[in-house]
Design a binder for this molecule. Structure first.
Ligand SMILES: [Zn+2]
Length: 269
């Protein structure tokens, strides 16, 4: 069984293309992470995406909200809370870095309360930001700041997305130190502009850093498989995962589905 714990699909057409990719790659379930920062036509609000995802038992949804510069914050927060209470979402994702706030800022406290009250995790974007958002500030996305949140909220489940790449050592420390923190493998592969010779070196280093993180913690319990589809296709990503080597069958089962099922308390699979 395979669970992709980190994909994006922000309208009905993109959900269809995700389902097609999952079928082709034997992926049993995916968690769609809502992205609240687009301002473009054809992009669904969270209210509109919820019923689309609810129609597919193999799909789960993580809600999100724009934390800064959002005149509709109160209304969006109400929608998010309602979705959590109705079990329409399995997590809440926040995007520090894309937005100028630290996870430890007090503006996030209502989100942490919402997550804790409804026993759902918070996911942080972490590490490098996408080139389409050049005004992003990466200092907000350094995973080391997530330690404050983890330590102050022992009952809040936290996922650091993208291994916090390139701050993978920081992520290893924060995830190892805090029993409530895990991390995902999504969005790590080489950007397409990399020349072949540098791409090879980059991928080799990535494999080593993933194994270093696992070795630092001493087990594979903290690692969840995710891709960041459609930014990376699921087939390429599975091939990359299979190329890491050194994982035995028990490790593979944990990373590919068991850790995600437990962490997100996924029902029905
Ligand atoms: Zn993503």
């Amino acid at each position: 069984m395979i669970v992709d714990c980190h994909v994006h699909a922000d309208n009905g057409r993109k959900v269809q293309s995700l389902l097609k990719s999952m079928k082709a790659n034997y992926i049993d379930a995916s968690i769609i992470l809502y992205f609240p920062l687009w301002k473009k036509p054809g992009y669904f609000s969270l209210e509109k995406l919820i019923p689309v995802v609810a129609g597919h038992p193999e799909l789960y949804l993580a809600g999100s909200i724009r934390m800064t510069d959002n005149p509709d914050f109160d209304r969006h927060f109400h929608v998010l809370k309602q979705a959590a209470q109705n079990r329409d979402i399995v997590a809440v994702k926040l995007y520090p870095g894309y937005e100028p706030f630290f996870p430890s800022d007090s503006i996030c406290e209502p989100i942490y309360k919402l997550c804790t009250d409804n026993r759902i995790p918070v996911i942080f974007h972490s590490g490098d930001t996408w080139w389409l958002f050049p005004t992003s500030k990466v200092r907000y996305a350094n995973p080391v700041y997530i330690d404050d949140v983890a330590a102050n909220h022992p009952d809040l489940k936290i996922m650091i997305a993208h291994l916090g790449n390139p701050w993978i050592r920081e992520t290893a420390e924060v995830a190892s130190k805090n029993r409530n923190v895990v991390t995902d493998l999504s969005g790590l592969l080489c950007p397409p502009h990399h020349q072949e010779r540098f791409a090879k070196r980059y991928t080799k280093k990535l494999r080593e850093e993933i194994l270093d993180l696992v070795a630092y913690y001493g087990d594979t319990d903290k690692l969840l498989f995710g891709t960041d589809f459609p930014l990376y296709d699921q087939k390429t990503y599975l091939n990359f995962f299979n190329s890491i080597g050194e994982f035995n069958q028990a490790d593979r089962e944990k990373i590919l589905h068991e850790n995600a099922k437990r962490f997100f308390a996924l029902q029905g699979i």
